[in-house]
Write a protein of this length. Sequence first.
Lengths: 179, 179
Amino acid sequence: MRGSPIPARMIPSIFTLANLLFGFLALIWVIESNFTLAAAMILLSVLMDSLDGKVARRLSVSSDFGKELDSLSDLVSFGVAPAILTYQAILQPHQTEFVKYLGLGIAVVFALCGAVRLARFNMLNITTYFVGVPITFAGGFMALLMFLRTMLPWYIYPVSMVILAFLMVSTFKVPKLSK
Amino acid sequence: MRGSPIPARMIPSIFTLANLLFGFLALIWVIESNFTLAAAMILLSVLMDSLDGKVARRLSVSSDFGKELDSLSDLVSFGVAPAILTYQAILQPHQTEFVKYLGLGIAVVFALCGAVRLARFNMLNITTYFVGVPITFAGGFMALLMFLRTMLPWYIYPVSMVILAFLMVSTFKVPKLSK
């Protein structure tokens, strides 16, 4: 890569920062009440997240800095953004005050469990299998559900968030396929 | 701490999760267009962030898990939340399209620089001084500025964000006072 304007070790981090960028834009689109576009941003983050690791291994430039940046971006794009998107699109507009507050509580728990998962996973340093469900899966799943919101009953969303929050912090092993 | 319902090693993480909780609620209040309350939530996060480290050292239970969780929460509360708050309260309502888009760009850069700072800082593992300006300071400063928004000209906000973004990723040393 000599002579390249961008050093090879920086390239995976560009994808990771793109992951964070799309997570940030998802939040902006939630504020603009464009929930479909917000969900699409989260799926773009999923794509960027799958690329950064692949590129890092291909270029043999995996680093602690890159892993750290990856976790930080993942919390925004797959923890906070899907939780706020689901709350704002599905639960906040609900007629019942009780559902609104319960929904906000569930959204908070989803984001907090995502953070606990990321903090624990980075600490364990395991590369051959996942412990519990990865936050990328949980956030990506909630983003996909958003496209079906005219077809699905509303309660599918909080129930899915509770189950995914639990699965993120649970300790069963899931084999890694490609990553 | 034997017999206590919560193990001592868990106590600092409760403050860290409270930091993340208030950062999450700051984003909810931005969506509700209550920018003063959103800024107050960020200041509560600053308080929680100063407590978690103090409590961890007092109880001698500092851990890699705790440090990791701290970085994750800091990005949401002091990187993403102040950036989205400032964009939404000051820059998005601006008459000029150019300022809106430039403002969004600056908000993104602020959050991204915060992430780079946290990833780099966690890697360096330095405890006696800060390298560059801590994200807690940058986010707390932007939250304080929000209370003065009827008195200050609008351009103070993007200029402050650019300067703070640069200071977060710069490498000069700032001595630690208490932390």
